[in-house]
Design a protein around this ligand. Structure first.
Ligand code: AMP
Ligand code: GLY
Length: 427
């Protein structure tokens, strides 16, 4: 079978390397892919949001199946458009992707169906939003742009003054474009965060191994929010008791709510959870695999990913084999100096052979690289993700960090404390 994966980051590389193990797949394509993905799949120079071009290419080249990994093409209806051409795809329809593409929608859904989340109000009138903030007496408060904002649309405001400036920037100044026209203002929650990715065909929900992201740029959770600087799996805070509670109070009710709204969700649903003193609550939903969560979750998957994906599309997930190893995985991101703000591209990467580190026991997932003159150069903020699997988390971390030492490029930045919080929790 010929399979196309849409996207070009570390998450897509992890999906592609897992799909490569599938005996049924004869040829893998990526659109647009990247320098490192080019060693594992044929890269097609079409952007992930070029819906019409992607559909036409998939039809002309007779793709048997398409995996749509990023949020934008899902929200734009790529899965719907492929279905019209008779091409089955992994991922939700645009109607179901709304669970991520509109925070106002997802918050209202949780309220209507009694799914635990932070208390909130939604505003599309800046004066009303300001009046609400002026009346707030518990700080910090959290401001969220309604639409997609490259993971940057969430602001935690420590004071009324800060919040009033931020709301003006979002709703009047156009800081997040049209995504900020409507804003959700919600209570600040505390507790450890857990990412749970789950397969669902709209009837059955099968959570994958849990994970922990490290969103801030610098050690000690300092610096700016990024797309994610590293991950570990499993997440030690996510005990079997917490998992059982999440299944009953969050996962199953969410699937049922989407069905009741006529927005049946099929694909990978990402639950961003906070384990608060009042129990687990939903911080956000994503309508796709997380990045860089996928880079630690899929290496622990022992079953055939392609079989699971097709079972999801065809509504037979109940009978699918979904088994995870009991090992631990760690992923350390190597980023360009300056990320998530201004950074340079085109730096020569040394230490890799055909994009990998043979003999190191680690896997290199490429997030932002390009092939140039027979070598690899940087082409994004997050450049590489180094994943290692071990019997224990300390083993996985040691291996990932020692592999990372073999790679360099000018300005390279990584956090040195990925997994430290998880190790403390384990004791
Ligand atoms: P999101 O893009 O919704 O995942 O938000 C980004 C980050 O902001 C989350 O991973 C949390 O660390 C933080 N955050 C979002 N909402 C809240 C909240 N209500 N209380 C505390 N922290 C939050
Ligand atoms: N790692 C968070 C995300 O994928 O949105």
């Amino acid at each position: 079978m010929k399979v196309l994966v849409v996207g070009g980051g570390g998450r897509e590389h992890a999906i592609i390397r897992k799909l490569k193990e599938s005996p049924e797949i004869t040829q893998l394509y990526a659109a647009p892919g990247n320098g490192g993905i080019g060693y594992d799949a044929v890269c097609v120079p079409i952007g992930a949001t070029e819906v019409d071009k992607l559909c036409a290419w998939a039809a002309e080249n007779r793709m048997d199946y398409v995996v749509v990994a990023p949020d934008d093409p899902l929200a734009m209806g790529l899965v719907d458009a492929l279905a019209e051409k008779g091409i089955p795809a992994f991922g939700p329809t645009a109607a179901a992707a709304r669970i991520e593409s509109s925070k106002a929608f997802s918050k209202d859904l949780m309220k209507r169906y009694h799914i635990p989340t932070a208390r909130y109000e939604t505003f599309s009138d800046v004066e009303k939003a300001k009046a609400y903030l002026n009346a707030c007496d518990a700080w910090p408060m959290v401001l969220k742009a309604d639409g997609l904002a490259l993971g940057k649309g969430v602001l935690i405001c420590q004071s009324r003054e800060e919040a009033l400036v931020a709301i003006e920037e979002m709703m009047v100044g156009g800081k997040f474009g049209a995504s900020g026209n409507t804003v959700v203002i919600e209570e600040f929650l505390t507790g450890p965060e857990v990412s749970v990715l789950a397969f669902t065909d709209g009837k059955t929900v099968v959570p994958m191994v849990s994970s922990m992201d490290h969103k801030r740029a610098l050690d000690g959770d300092k610096g700016l929010n990024t797309g994610g600087m590293g991950t570990v799996a499993p997440n030690p805070y996510y005990t079997p008791a917490v998992a059982a509670e999440c299944m009953e109070k969050i996962f199953k009710p969410t699937i049922a709510a989407m069905n009741a709204e006529d927005r049946t969700f099929k694909g990978c649903l990402y639950f961003g959870l906070m384990l608060t003193p009042d129990g687990p609550k939903v911080i956000e939903y994503n309508c796709r695999f997380g990045d860089p969560e996928t880079q630690v979750v899929l290496p622990l998957l022992e079953s055939d990913l392609f079989s699971i994906m097709r079972a999801v599309t065809e509504g037979r997930l109940k009978d699918a084999d979904v088994k995870f190893s009991s090992c631990s995985a760690a992923c350390v991101i190597l980023a360009s100096g300056g990320y998530p703000e201004r950074y340079e591209k085109g730096k020569i990467i040394t230490g890799l052979r055909e994009g990998q580190l043979p003999g190191s026991g680690a896997t290199v997932y490429h997030a932002g690289t390009a092939q140039k003159d027979g070598g690899l150069v940087t082409a994004g903020g997050r450049v590489l993700g180094i994943t290692a699997v071990g019997e224990t988390l300390p083993e996985a971390l040691t291996q990932a960090y020692s592999a990372a030492k073999e790679i360099s490029f000018p300005g390279m930045h990584m956090r040195t404390d990925i997994g430290v919080r998880a190790l403390t929790a384990e004791q």
